[in-house]
Design a protein around this ligand. Structure first.
Ligand code: IYR
Length: 226
């Protein structure tokens, strides 16, 4: 028999503001987050690393299955390591764009203008490489214990990370070089971690461009049951 941790509760409340102020804040946030875009043209201009640390602190506040917080955020600024990550990512992406992806997948990517070349991996001053922890080790026995709702948990956490970086004035890209296991090897990650995303972070280049995409309207994405 193991000793069960006793539940412990503390008081909780949110700061109360008027409903008109709440609506105002909600509108301002839509405007601000609506300016977030996936950027592929990164400047090499450095930025304060505390912004990344704070964004990871924000990501670490995400809800997670049984509060297991099944994530590790690796921050790569080393030029040689970034170069090796780029080389491996481009090797995988070359195979993706030349046989592994279906014709209809390639058609869907056409408007985004992507290809196997990934200069942003070296240009961006930092890469945040996100790993999901599919299991952890029990404190005393070190036995493997699977985590819960890992994909849901880490997706929410990364959403907070992207939001935090955007509101700090930095651009990101959620890059998924597939398969991503080369990242586990290059970064020497332990056996319980699986690469989830590679997120280059930085300023957009002065002449950066993004595809002219359309976002679905509220009517397209919300269904009300009144
Ligand atoms: N991982 C590839 C292909 C790719 C796939 C999807 I779905 C995208 O939205 C964008 C790219 C790449 O990064 O090029």
């Amino acid at each position: 028999m193991t000793d069960k941790a006793q539940p412990s509760f503390i008081p909780y409340s949110l700061e109360r503001v008027s409903e008109s102020e709440m609506i105002e804040k909600s509108r301002a946030f839509v405007d601000s987050i609506g300016k977030r875009r996936s950027v592929r043209d990164f400047s090499t201009k450095p930025f304060p690393m505390e912004i990344i640390e704070n964004a990871i602190r924000a990501a670490g506040t995400a809800p997670s299955g049984a509060n297991k917080q099944p994530w590790t955020y690796c921050v790569v600024t080393n030029a040689d390591l970034k170069r090796r990550i780029r080389v491996s990512a481009e090797e995988e992406e070359f195979r993706n764009y030349n046989g592994r992806m279906s014709e209809s997948w390639l058609d869907d990517l056409e408007p985004l203008g992507t290809n196997h070349q990934k200069p942003f991996i070296e240009d961006a001053p930092a890469l945040i490489i996100v790993f999901k922890k599919i299991y952890d080790h029990e404190d005393t026995t070190l036995a493997k214990k699977n985590n819960y709702y890992v994909n849901e948990s880490i997706g929410i956490s990364v959403g907070l990370l992207l939001t935090a970086l955007h509101q700090s004035g930095l651009a990101t890209l959620t890059h998924t070089p597939s398969p991503m296991n080369f990242l586990e090897k290059l970064l020497n990650r332990p056996a319980n971690e699986r690469a989830y995303l590679n997120i280059p972070v930085g300023y957009p280049k002065n002449d950066a461009e993004v595809p002219n995409i359309h976002r679905k309207s509220l009517d397209d994405i919300m269904v009300s049951y009144i």
